[in-house]
Design a protein around this ligand. Sequence first.
Ligand SMILES: NC(=O)c1ccc[n+]([C@@H]2O[C@H](COP(=O)([O-])OP(=O)(O)OC[C@H]3O[C@@H](n4cnc5c(N)ncnc54)[C@H](OP(=O)(O)O)[C@@H]3O)[C@@H](O)[C@H]2O)c1
Length: 246
Amino acid sequence: MTQRTALVTGGTGGIGSAIVRYLAKQGHRVATNYRDEAKAHAWRDAMKNDGIDVLLVSGDVSNPVACETMAEAIASKLGPVEILVNNAGITRDTTFHKMTYEQWTEVVNTNLNACFNVTRPVIDGMRNRRWGRIVQISSINGQKGQYGQANYAAAKAGMHGFTISLAQENARFGITVNTVSPGYVATDMVMAVPEEVREKIVAQIPVGRLGKPEEIAHAVAFFTGEDSCWITGANLAINGGHYMGW
Ligand SMILES: NC(=O)c1ccc[n+]([C@@H]2O[C@H](COP(=O)([O-])OP(=O)(O)OC[C@H]3O[C@@H](n4cnc5c(N)ncnc54)[C@H](OP(=O)(O)O)[C@@H]3O)[C@@H](O)[C@H]2O)c1
């Protein structure tokens, strides 16, 4: 397998860690960003104990200047980014009539504007080298909407609009752009939801359980593989049957 340089944003989180592991085990050189240095170093040490080496670069994905610096730091240490997984994300849930401007912008900046911030510095290189893989981690709630998540659902739906436009613009340059839309996965983000709410969510999932981060990583690795060169502009729902839109 050709070894590539991969950037997984939010790689220290639940789903991000699984994606980092999966790509690293495939032999790729993997980088991720961090905001909290102490937390990130502890995470990297734990990964190292499992035999996974990850390059940590400082960078807030909602800051376009920081993202340019991040891309340069990765290029100088591992080579230019060839596989990009826009995974970093947050929620700030509340019903829209109570939502503050800060709750709206924080979520849109971190989930959607980050796709511009992180992808813009690496796209020219991918086009010049005639190879690239870009995957957005969206959400089931970007597909179906969700009570209390107008900010998050709007940002996540926007990510797929980004995917299908970028896919068209870059198809002739050997770059594929796809979206993975996970359902509810057992990470800190979902475990922060009150237990009684989580039980109600699980009751709506035909498979009968929350997803595992590795199950999302598996789909990302499918899209980023060398053989997936004719798959672009797709949105793969991985949600245990929770939402079966077309
Ligand atoms: N868990 C689910 O059920 C689920 C379902 C559908 C979609 N998703 C999506 O999957 C992705 C990963 O979710 P997760 O459950 O793994 O969440 P998580 O465990 O909370 O991890 C989120 C990651 O994003 C990073 N991050 C957040 N804001 C950032 C910023 N401004 N700049 C840089 N990094 C930032 C976090 O870093 P810090 O540690 O510095 O905060 C963390 O590494 C998200 O986009 C989420 O919306 C999750």
